[in-house]
Design a binder for this molecule. Structure first.
Ligand code: LCS
Length: 396
């Protein structure tokens, strides 16, 4: 059958399969660093790109390639490049698309290290960057410079949950002859397909929803066009930030249940968001599924669901947040997100602690902001846990 024409769930179950001699139901783990050539001539042909044979796992491996093909199919792209972490994907993208003196425009509230990598490390290589609120198209237009080469957005953004218009960004980027890169980690391909909305490159921290079981750190980049795919792949190979075959096997396994995990988690998240919104101790809640979200209508347009990440603040600010986080028994006080278990964390002092205080405030990462990644447990238990934590903070 033509897997590319099948439905999303069929792709989840079958697009990561490979033909092996035993007709295995799951993709085997080719735990090998290297592959023997048929002959000296065959080895030379493999290196010249004239034969499809495998050479060396940093360059390519059947288990890893199966995952790359699967995510590329789910994102409707030309090809996937699996890497050792989401940050390896970020670094590979920056290093492939930018040269010394080039400029990037980016969402201000992106995952903290993706911003500090640019502002604190890659600044030494002459990369220039401007971080802005990309929910306002005018801000993006104003930020362009003659040397701007990339527009990079994260939507919904970590941790503000701001939603940026992907199609509008693609138009602006292409009018200026540059590329649009979208971090799709918070949605996964189940809820959003940026390439279909005009983006040129989409990437994920597969540590999150795609794997979904909090047991792997991994990333993937999917390019729309062959030419960009080849450039990204060559950079990954020479940087050596490839994925490991066993890691790829675990992600292939986790990915099969993506849609049912997300359906359940977002159902739970919606109920948790409603509970928080009506609670007198809660000052504000930001969740794409609530009408109070500033980009509620845009979210409905470009996302097929609201996801399971909520940010919120308490009337008692950070002091009350600390008491809440310290008194939860079900939710784990931990970074990361998108797994089957409920996690809670405080971005200003944890995931985004390396972003300067001033930049955090400008980006809306306030000190009272708590981020909750709602899991697939029984929602009554998640709400009871929050209720209990809140009671401890307020004596109500
Ligand atoms: N992009 C987004 C949107 C992320 O949330 C993360 C990690 C990354 C990229 C980097 O991926 P990694 O290298 O960790 O696989 N976000 C994390 C977070 O919010 N808490 O811990 C990690």
């Amino acid at each position: 059958m033509n897997i590319e024409k099948s439905g999303f769930n069929t792709k989840l179950i079958h697009a990561g399969e490979i033909d092996d001699q035993f007709n295995s139901a799951t993709t085997p783990i080719y735990q090998t660093s290297t592959f023997g050539f048929q002959s000296a001539e065959d080895g030379a042909k493999c290196f010249a790109g004239e034969s499809d044979g495998y050479i060396y796992t940093r360059i390519g491996n059947p288990t890893i390639n199966a995952l790359e093909r699967q995510v590329a199919v789910l994102e409707n792209g030309y090809g996937g490049i699996a890497v050792s972490s989401g940050m390896a994907a970020v670094a590979t993208i920056y290093l492939t698309l930018l040269s010394s003196g080039d400029h990037i425009i980016s969402t201000d509230a992106i995952y903290g290290p993706a911003r500090s990598l640019m502002e604190k490390q890659f600044i030494r290589f002459g990369f220039q960057s401007t971080y802005i609120n990309t929910t306002k198209v005018e801000n993006i237009k104003k930020a362009f410079r003659p040397n701007t080469k990339v527009l990079y957005i994260e939507t919904p953004a970590n941790p503000t949950m701001n939603i940026t218009d992907i199609a509008a960004c693609a138009d602006i980027a292409h009018e200026h002859g540059i590329l649009l890169v979208v971090d799709n980690t918070f949605c996964s391909p189940y809820l959003q397909n940026p390439l279909d909305l005009g983006a040129d490159i989409v990437f994920h921290s597969m540590t999150k929803f795609i794997n979904g079981h909090a047991d792997v750190v991994a990333g993937i980049i999917v390019a729309k066009e062959k030419n960009i795919y080849n450039q990204l792949r060559n950079m990954m190979i020479n940087l050596g930030c490839n994925m490991d075959p066993h890691q790829a096997y675990l992600v292939l396994r986790g990915l099969k249940t993506l849609s049912i995990r997300i359906e359940r988690a977002q159902q739970n998240a919606h109920k948790v968001a409603l509970f928080l919104e009506q609670d007198p101790r809660v000052a504000w809640v930001k969740y794409p599924g609530l009408k109070s979200h500033p980009q509620y209508h845009l979210g409905k347009q470009q996302m097929r669901g609201s996801g399971s990440i909520i940010s919120f603040g308490l009337k008692g600010g950070f002091d009350a947040a600390k008491i809440l986080m310290d008194n939860l028994q079900l939710a784990l006080l931990a970074v990361s997100l998108g797994g089957v278990e409920t996690l809670i964390q405080h971005p200003a002092s944890m995931t985004h602690s390396k972003v300067s205080k001033e930049d955090k405030l400008k980006a809306g990462i306030t000190n009272d902001l708590i981020r909750l990644s709602v899991g697939i447990e029984d929602v009554e238990d998640i709400v009871a846990d929050l209720e209990n934590g809140l009671r401890n903070g307020y004596n109500i």
